[in-house]
Design a protein around this ligand. Structure first.
Ligand code: NAD
Ligand code: TYD
Length: 358
């Protein structure tokens, strides 16, 4: 029986972050009767505002807490009778992992281990129900970097992480895989390409460029700007994850991507042109005048590209959004939601910005 036909009680970790909060909205919309528990430590990247409009729902709970807190997780799984874990909580920014990797090991490796171990014991105590799921949300960065004419990453591409972020995610993926092979815990791993869309924290490329254009600040492009990322609108990622929860096979990995490889400099140029068109009264116009090449990121991966054939052929998922359509929606969201991002440019953020960009 597909999970979509069952009553769902879902624990969503990291549900106040970028992708997690988009997924919480997606899930609550798709399954209004589902019991939804969001667990988030509200680090600098977590923002309760992202899901505030859902907090009045009867079957919705927000818990501020850490995935490394074993007692808390044990209690939550049991008391809320959870049958699906969707695990998004992570430290997620490569530049921060270069400056201070500690939190990445704690949350991404130890935190994931804590969740898996708690879930294993809980699932055992329930007599190993076949329809329970532990979805481990991961990234294409675990596969390392591609040369210009290499084929895209498939589910069997060997892991070769290059940053403390991707290495810590790789470690967590290996644990999720091992829990299936050793204990039969029904884990599924997804490896997705770069996301963009609403609620994206300002430190990442697309929101950073949108906000800097609005403020008339330089647009810092690392190195020669020729690095390639494969962009996916966050709503498409959410629909893929829903598909994997409902139809994916335990023990399997699914790559998720939009088949949208774009060079950084081209993406920034498109953003500038769309901003010129959509934003009234820009301080600097055309916005392209703000583009500034800066020192490259240490260990900067050259190219990522996802081959999403497996999820398409086995589960029937395909993305809906084009890059231009998704970028237009995203830019409009940042224009309409200045009250959301202005407070995030806090002192802590300015200090971080200073460290990375000088
Ligand atoms: P994010 O940084 O925006 O959000 C992470 C969330 O996790 C925040 O709400 C934060 O408060 C919470 N969190 C951090 N440490 C925690 C802890 N110890 N306990 C509980 N909560 C904690 O990240 P995101 O971009 O939404 O990414 C979500 C997941 O998707 C991550 O696992 C990431 O590796 C993966 N992913 C991201 C992308 C991308 O393009 N952003 C692409 C593929 C996969
Ligand atoms: P980012 O959004 O940090 O995602 P990731 O590093 O996880 O892919 O960066 C996307 C690309 O944009 C990456 O090649 C680094 C580059 N980049 C810049 O050129 N300038 C910036 O200020 C940032 C944040 C990223």
């Amino acid at each position: 029986m597909l999970l979509s036909e069952e009553k769902k009680s879902i624990l969503i970790t990291g549900g106040a972050g970028f992708i997690g909060s988009n997924f919480v909205h997606h899930w609550c919309y798709q399954y209004p009767d589902s019991h939804v528990i969001v667990l988030d430590a509200l680090t600098y990247a977590g923002n309760r505002q992202n899901i505030a409009s859902l907090e009045d729902r009867e079957n919705f709970k927000f818990i501020e807490g850490n995935i490394c807190d074993r007692q808390l997780i044990d209690n939550l799984l049991k008391e809320e009778n959870i049958n699906i874990v969707a695990h998004f909580a992570a430290e997620s920014h490569v530049d921060r992992s270069i400056i201070s990797p500690d939190a990445f090991i704690q949350t991404n490796v130890i935190g994931t281990f804590t969740l898996l171990e708690s879930f294993r014991q809980y699932w055992n105590s329930k007599d190993k129900p076949k329809n329970y799921r532990f979805l481990h949300v991961s990234t294409d960065e675990v596969y390392g970097s591609l040369e210009a004419d290499d084929p895209a990453f498939t589910e069997t591409t060997p892991y070769a992480p290059n940053s403390p972020y991707s290495a810590s995610k790789a470690g967590s993926d290996h644990l999720a895989r091992a829990y299936y092979h050793t204990y039969n815990v029904p884990t599924i791993i997804t490896n997705c390409s770069n996301n963009y869309g609403p609620y994206h924290f300002p430190e990442k490329l697309i929101p950073l460029m949108c906000i800097n254009i609005l403020l008339g600040k330089p647009l810092p492009v690392y190195g020669d700007g020729q690095n390639i990322r494969d962009w996916l609108y966050v709503g498409d990622h959410c629909s893929a994850l829903e598909t994997v929860i409902n139809q994916g096979k335990p023990g399997e990995t699914y790559n998720i991507g939009g088949n949208n490889e774009v060079k950084n400099i081209d993406l920034v140029t498109i953003l500038c042109d769309l901003m010129d068109e959509l934003a009234p009264n820009l301080p600097v116009k055309p916005a392209q005048k703000l583009i500034t090449f800066v020192k490259d990121r240490a260990g900067h991966d050259r190219r990522y590209a996802i081959d999403a054939t497996k999820i398409k052929t086995e589960l029937g998922w395909i993305p809906q959004e084009t890059v231009e359509g998704g970028l237009r929606k995203t830019i409009q969201w940042y224009l309409d939601n200045q009250d959301w991002w202005q407070p995030l440019l806090s002192q802590e953020y300015q200090e971080y910005y200073q460290k990375v960009y000088g």
